[in-house]
Design a protein around this ligand. Structure first.
Ligand SMILES: C[S@@+](CC[C@H](N)C(=O)[O-])C[C@H]1O[C@@H](n2cnc3c(N)ncnc32)[C@H](O)[C@@H]1O
Length: 246
């Protein structure tokens, strides 16, 4: 078991840290890999919206040059847990990550223009007005070539599309867990309205779909898409393979 997974396993299990402990290391590393595929470089300035206990932040703070990682997390205890129990003791001193705990997704607090916005497992809880704020802030506080990587749970049926105006799930204000869905067509419309392009990158086993949003029509990903093979296709393929082997 990796060191970071061991540290996650040692966290107080009577508390919920916003993300599952099982697969903690893998899920953080996966975000890092998607960012690398989208062109992340050591000197990139990156904003991690809702950085929680630094599941991805752990990898990003290690990889990025000093003064390049920025995280926003309003649930102070989660952020402190990440900083003291997930990160190694000396790494903050060496890398100078910066943090803020505003609950308005306000990226201007750092006075930077970012190359990357990351909001993983954030739009699976954020309301439509909150997503619009994040898109507007991306336009205001990022460089022209910047990339916004995010994930959503697509709403297939109209009844599943979240109509609420507030965050849904655990936060600095709530202990009630839960996820919500948004229609991909709504995301497309909101991006188009702002002159932004959306690229669907891939779907995870839990159904979350990765999106890449940018001002420029980009093909910076090393792969056009990273779709997992649908389960039905995989089972059928194995069945055919085992039949032809007998
Ligand atoms: C499902 S967790 C994902 C955490 C992190 N992105 C990751 O992948 O490990 C969602 C996080 O968003 C945080 N959050 C809740 N309300 C927020 C807000 N208004 N602004 C930013 N983050 C918020 C929660 O406290 C929680 O840590």
């Amino acid at each position: 078991m990796s060191d970071v997974q061991q540290r996650a396993e040692r966290l107080d299990r009577s508390k919920f840290f916003g993300v599952p402990i099982a697969g903690f290391e893998r899920a953080g590393r996966q975000q890092f890999i998607f960012l690398l595929l989208a062109g992340l470089q050591p000197q990139s300035k990156l904003l991690d919206l809702g950085c929680g206990v630094l599941r991805a932040g752990y990898w990003l703070i290690h990889f990025l040059d000093p003064h390049c990682y920025y995280g926003i997390e309003p649930q102070i205890e989660r952020l402190q847990t990440g900083r003291t129990l997930i990160l190694e003791p000396d790494i903050e001193r060496a890398r100078h990550p910066r943090f803020d705990s505003n609950a308005n997704f306000d990226s201007s607090v750092f006075g930077e223009k970012f190359d990357f916005f990351l909001a993983y497992s954030i739009w699976t809880h954020a309301s439509k007005p909150q997503i619009e704020i994040m898109l507007d802030n991306f336009l205001r506080d990022s460089k022209p070539s910047a990339v916004f990587l995010t994930s959503i749970l697509p709403a297939v049926w109209p009844g599943h599309d979240y109509r609420g105006t507030t965050w849904f799930g655990t936060s600095h204000q709530s202990n009630v867990a839960g996820c919500i869905r948004h229609r991909l067509s709504w995301i497309d419309t909101e991006c188009r309205r702002r002159g932004l392009y959306v690229l669907r990158l891939g779907r995870e086993r839990d159904g979350q779909v990765w999106l890449q949003i940018s001002r420029e029509r980009r093909s910076a990903l090393l792969f056009r898409t990273i779709w997992a093979e649908p389960r039905l296709v995989r089972v059928a393929r194995r069945l055919i393979a085992s039949r032809s082997a007998t």
